[in-house]
Write a protein that binds this ligand. Sequence first.
Ligand code: IPM
Ligand code: MG
Length: 361
Amino acid sequence: MDYKVTLIPGDGIGPEIVREACKVLDKVGAVYGHNFQYTEILMGGCSIDACGVPLTDEAIAIAKSGDSVLLGAVGGNVGQSNWYQLPPNLRPEAGLLKIRKELGLFCNLRPAVLFRQLKNACPLKDELIGDGFDFLVVRELTGGVYFGPRETKVENGIRKAVDTMPYDENEIRRIAKWAFDVAMKRNKKVCSVDKANVLDTSRLWRQVVKEVAAEYPEVELTDMLVDNCAMQMVKDPRQFDVVLTENMFGDILSDEASMVTGSIGMLSSASLGETKLGLYEPSHGSAPDIAGQNKANPIATILSAAMMLRYSFDLMEEADKIEEAINKVLDQGYRTIDIMSEGCTLIGTKEMGDLIAAQIV
Ligand code: IPM
Ligand code: MG
């Protein structure tokens, strides 16, 4: 089969980690008889430099015409880069928000998995970790305060800014369905996170999620307030299976979840919509401080490519194969600097890609 993959190398370490993911995809292609055809587009700071905007309409059109999108990372060093002197809608991150909206990617899946080989990178005490944890944050991605009306003004000589968090029941229902569907394939538990003791959007969220839950009698639903959830994630991460939440809470909690695993360089993500066209990217950022030095960990991006095979192309066996390959390389003790520990062998970005690709036979 032929698959059209749009690549967005982006900024910082983006190009080097995407390169390794393509290396692994190509090996999968060679072994299983698939052909991944890549088309690169610009997004983020590199697009600002070349085109004056973080994402052009032409680039969006290319992404829409492909079968899926694989993204490295966008953005630079906020304190140093000129990109952050621009108005907010022209900064690198605006490109990311635009592509999510344009492709209708309302569902963001962010797995928080403790890799057994990296247990000592987890900042939690042993008794909290137990035999590990594996939960999934399902974040609403195209609504809420990220996309609600906003304004900055001066009123009676006082500077004032307003952001609004709108949600309608359809937006809530479709993401809730995703969470319950995915829970059915996991441990059948959904924890819906909101701030229903304060926010109207959260009270509606709770009602609609409950309605959806009625269609999934096998799945256990709990509600949790977001502040409590932030606490529970470090206190007892093993209690979670699927964590369902709105856009901004999901942004914050998914960073916390990745920190709790201790290996942000290992965490993938998928952004999906009504069609098979998804966007896959590592959960980490562009790490400009180590860009171009062959130091970045490409595993999160390679795992994102595996998610792409699973969710966009229905290539389950191939996706499993990539994950197995990564586990084997970790079992053999190879580590990039971010996950290095005593007794292991330190390698670079490229070598990690080579070793993982070599395991796919
Ligand atoms: C993320 C990022 C983005 C977000 C930023 C870069 C706009 O933090 O994907 O979590 O807030 O969604
Ligand atoms: Mg974030």
